[in-house]
Design a protein around this ligand. Structure first.
Ligand code: BG6
Length: 489
């Protein structure tokens, strides 16, 4: 059989994402012997750079989990020898034809497979895809393109982008990344639910009171204000990362583990969701705050953010899935920048035990005595279940304790970065963790009317101090549905 080769071209090679995530992930895959035997990596961007300069740039940022290991330097040298650079314009078919020539030299007559990673702003996606597919697509193997969000800013712009891409690519060549799907604990959600009898039968309105999807960061948008201001936290985190987790969490059992079967189920969840109401959303924006003598800037203090900007850096929302399994169960989302902590987690609060024998022991606060399953996506990955337990001793006092699966104590192997998983999947043609176009449409359909309304009515965000727990409005929203945020109680 003819040997094959994979060429990976990182378009926008000098950008932040390429430096921080893509090259380190490729190196980690190389280190773990996960890349095919014959592979070449090309950086492509407008700036002039030699291969040696690219290698220096890449080596400076290989600050991935691997670089603490022995023989890392040696491996890095070998890896860098397989990295090259080509400078070209994004809309130039000639420049991509030059790239094609170089790729062919490296492929040396082997079967050619080509992966393009578009690490560039979406306004130039189409021109790059056009030039790359006309001049540099593989003639005898596969050509795949990875694209990063933002996939537009509403239904219309997203559809325009999809149509543009589809002029040059088939749907199965497009790999839309949502890097949250590559996180270990997000991937594990299905295993947790579908292969554990103690969870699977409980996964419905009958036993679950509410589900909370929480994302918080303890830093602001410093340095990214320009990008962030035209998107805001709802587009940046909720419409993609949190909604994807929700779809995976709530889907019906797929027919198989095949990508299309899984994505079919996710789309069904998204399409069963009730339109979002403005009353079910709280928006916030961080303001400056001085703590311990340090002054932390407010969102609008950033020079790249227009003064008086109403862009939310925090949002909380109550969502509902109007199907038989989830009817009436609130799915609460909360996402914010410049909060008191950095964390992403899923919290599942269960109902009361009917006729609980120990009711009296709990006093009036029965809510505090319900089980809660927490899946901590990051940091310090963990899955724990809050249960009621007798405090040892002669009396009869109960408390809530955790059955705790802490990854760092249970597993000695480090957890790969999400980009490693996803890049490997793209190379192997595994589409399970990538977003299909109908999923994307459904996600935008859910959020677009709300986003329009927020913007048209110029809804002012509730200000919260940098480093705080966010606006109190989020508590009122939860309370309206009889919910207490698990991360705060
Ligand atoms: C990105 C957002 O998609 O995810 C950023 O654009 C955010 O605003 C980032 O900081 C968070 O990713 P992670 O993997 O660091 O939690």
């Amino acid at each position: 059989e003819r040997e094959s080769t994979v060429s990976i071209t990182v378009v926008g090679a000098s950008g932040d994402l390429a430096k921080k995530k893509i090259f380190p992930a490729l190196f980690a895959l190389y280190y773990e012997d996960c890349l095919p035997k014959h592979f070449t990596i090309f950086g492509y961007a407008r700036s002039k750079m030699t291969d040696a300069e690219l290698r220096t740039m890449v080596s400076r940022t290989l600050t991935c989990r691997i670089d603490k290991r022995e023989n890392c330097n040696e491996k890095m040298e070998q890896f860098l020898k397989r990295c090259f650079y080509h400078s070209g314009q994004y809309d130039s078919e000639d420049n991509f034809a030059e790239l094609d020539k170089k790729l062919r030299e490296h492929e040396a007559g082997r079967l050619s497979n080509r992966l393009f990673y578009l690490s560039i702003p979406p306004n130039i996606f189409i021109e790059v895809v056009k030039s790359a597919s006309n001049s540099a697509s593989s003639k005898n193997g596969w050509t795949r393109v990875i694209v990063e969000k933002p996939f537009g800013r509403d239904s219309d712009s997203s559809a325009a982008l999809t149509n543009g891409l589809k002029q040059y690519l088939e749907e199965d060549q497009i790999f839309r990344i949502d890097h949250y799907l590559g996180k270990e604990l997000v991937e594990n959600l299905s295993i947790l639910r579908f292969s554990n009898l103690v969870f699977e039968p409980l996964w419905s309105r009958q036993y679950i009171r509410n589900v909370q999807l929480i994302f918080s960061e303890d830093f602001g948008t410093e340095g990214r204000g320009g990008y962030f201001d035209s998107y805001g936290i709802i587009r940046d985190i909720m419409q993609n990362h949190l909604l994807q987790i929700l779809a995976l969490f709530a889907m019906e059992t797929p027919v198989s583990l095949d990508a299309e079967d899984i994505r079919n189920e996710k789309v069904k969840v998204l399409r069963s969701m009730r339109p979002l109401q403005l009353e079910d959303v709280v928006v916030g924006q961080y303001k400056s705050h001085t703590k311990g003598g340090v002054k932390y800037p407010g969102y609008t203090d950033d020079k790249t953010v227009p003064s008086g900007s109403l862009t939310p850096t925090f949002a909380a929302a109550a969502l509902f899935i109007d199907n038989a399994r989830w009817d009436g169960v609130p799915f609460l989302m909360k996402a914010g920048k410049a909060l008191h902590t950095k964390r992403a987690e899923i919290r599942v609060q269960f109902r009361h035990v009917p006729g609980n024998l120990y009711k009296r022991t709990f006093g009036t606060d029965l809510d505090r005595a319900t089980n809660e399953l927490v899946i901590r996506v990051q940091p310090d990955e963990a899955i724990y279940l809050k249960i009621n337990n007798k405090i040892p001793g002669l009396g009869m006092r109960l408390d809530r304790s955790n059955l705790n699966l802490l990854y760092s104590s249970r597993y000695s192997k480090e957890i790969p970065d999400a980009y490693e998983r996803l890049l490997l999947d793209a190379i192997e043609g595994e589409r399970r963790l990538f977003i299909r176009s109908d999923e994307l449409d459904a996600a935008w359909e859910l959020f677009t009317p709300l986003l329009k309304e927020l913007e048209e009515k110029k809804i002012a965000p509730e200000l919260y101090p940098y480093g705080s727990r966010g606006p109190v409005g989020a508590h009122y929203l939860a309370a309206k549905y009889n919910v207490r945020w698990g991360d705060l109680s």
